[in-house]
Design a protein around this ligand. Structure first.
Ligand code: AMP
Length: 397
């Protein structure tokens, strides 16, 4: 259970409430191409409107690197949010984020009104958790709500710094839901508990592997990470993604798994290509038998079967990271097979954001999963067992 105060523990009637959301959505030519994060933010916003708060929303979008970039303005988000909420979300256009325009817009608010501030990363201090911008944000409100799970692993002005200068800082419904699902899955799972890890590098997932080995019954490793394990066992991996420096670590993890009685499943075959291109020549070879000049870009069909079988027997599954270079259609079959296996099981299925969430949604399996996290990096750090600064900063219950 999350021991933090939430929007259910406060009275916001007539108060100015600053809500840090995660509206970091993909935009192409000003059009939002995936609005899951907007939809996920609605319950908290609706609750605050219903309670008579003056709702001031803020978020970052992309990486404007501390200066106004029109293509990364949150203006299109205000338009779409207005439609989703069925009420106007006034956009407080302001290159300083909390400048004269934003202050005037806040001043003019009535109870139940909603405004959206400009991209918080227009300000260079934001990602440095600087004092001045934190104070400016705090000056707009009497109550602060953090509902941005996607940035909870970062300590920035708009999710951590601001809390130092407001009396009341609580979490929103999305934050509660994310922590409840991920926390329950990892710390109180119905067993067998299977974790599936993929993606590019072993080095970026070390702490996750270590932490999960203490918790799971089965650990499945696919994606680019698997070639370091294959090489460590004396296999040939051609020009596949390889982190030589981590071969010893890979062997240690195998030993740790054995000592803990955790079944560690690695690929038994791979789809290999003679170039890093969707048009490359391909063949399926046994893992650790990749010919010189070829590289592994997906798990093979036999591996996909074994991984799917392990998922079938699970009662809880957590998945983070693709099984191959799924962005290229010819190397997406392994990731698709895992997504399908998760869609078909009755187990509790938690998708750890990022690429795996995108893959599941693209395949139309979104509503078949128990929970799809809105935060890739944040869910990964949660799986590492780390405390998330954005959550820690909220008032205790
Ligand atoms: P990560 O950010 O570590 O989760 O990695 C995601 C990226 O890993 C995706 O863009 C995939 O294309 C890439 N990836 C997955 N499998 C492989 C592979 N076998 N070789 C190279 N890149 C891969």
């Amino acid at each position: 259970m999350l021991n933090k105060k939430s929007v259910d523990d406060i009275n916001v009637k007539g108060k100015r409430v600053l809500v840090r959301c995660d509206f970091n959505v993909p935009l192409i030519d000003g059009k939002i191409t995936d609005e899951n994060r907007l939809v996920a933010a609605l319950p908290t916003i609706k609750k605050l409107i219903a309670d008579g708060g003056k709702v001031i929303l803020c978020s970052h979008l992309g990486k404007p690197k501390g200066e106004p970039k029109p293509e990364l303005s949150l203006a299109p988000v205000a338009v779409r949010l207005s439609e989703l909420l069925g009420q106007e979300v006034k956009f407080a256009a302001d290159p300083e984020v909390v400048g004269p325009n934003a202050k005037a817009a806040v001043e003019a608010m009535n109870d139940g009104d909603v405004i959206l501030l400009e991209n918080t990363r227009y300000r260079a201090e934001e990602t440095k958790n600087g004092e001045a911008f934190s104070k400016e944000l705090a000056s707009l409100c009497e109550v602060f709500v953090n509902d941005a799970f996607g940035t909870a692993h970062r300590a920035h002005c708009s999710n951590v710094g601001v809390t130092k200068y407001v009396d009341t800082a609580v979490v929103g419904y999305l934050m509660e839901k994310e922590i409840a699902f991920l926390g329950n899955a990892v710390n109180n799972p119905t067993r067998p508990f299977v974790a599936i890890l993929g993606g590019s590098k072993v080095s970026s997932k070390i702490s996750v592997i270590e932490n999960l080995l203490d918790k799971v019954d089965v650990l499945i490793i696919g994606g680019g990470m698997a070639y370091t394990f294959a090489k460590a066992e004396g296999g040939s991996v051609g020009k596949s993604l390889l982190e030589e420096d981590y071969c010893d670590y890979a062997l240690k993890m195998k030993e740790k798994a054995a000592a803990k009685g955790v079944k560690l499943l690695l690929p038994v075959d791979n789809v290999v290509a003679d170039a890093f291109s969707n048009d490359a020549n391909t063949q399926v070879v046994k893992a650790g038998e990749i010919p010189e000049g070829w590289e592994g870009l997906d798990i093979g069909p036999e591996t996909a079967k074994i991984f799917a079988e392990a998922v079938k027997e699970a009662k809880t599954v957590v998945w983070n990271g693709p099984m191959g270079c799924f962005e290229m259609p010819n190397f997406a079959a392994g990731t698709k097979a895992v997504a399908q296996a998760l869609a078909e099981t009755d187990a509790v299925t938690i998708i750890g954001g990022g690429d795996s969430a995108a893959a599941v949604n693209q395949l139309g399996y979104g509503d078949k999963m128990t929970h799809i996290s809105t935060g890739g990096g944040a869910s990964l750090e949660f799986l590492e067992g780390k405390e998330l600064p954005g959550v820690a900063a909220a008032n205790d219950k």
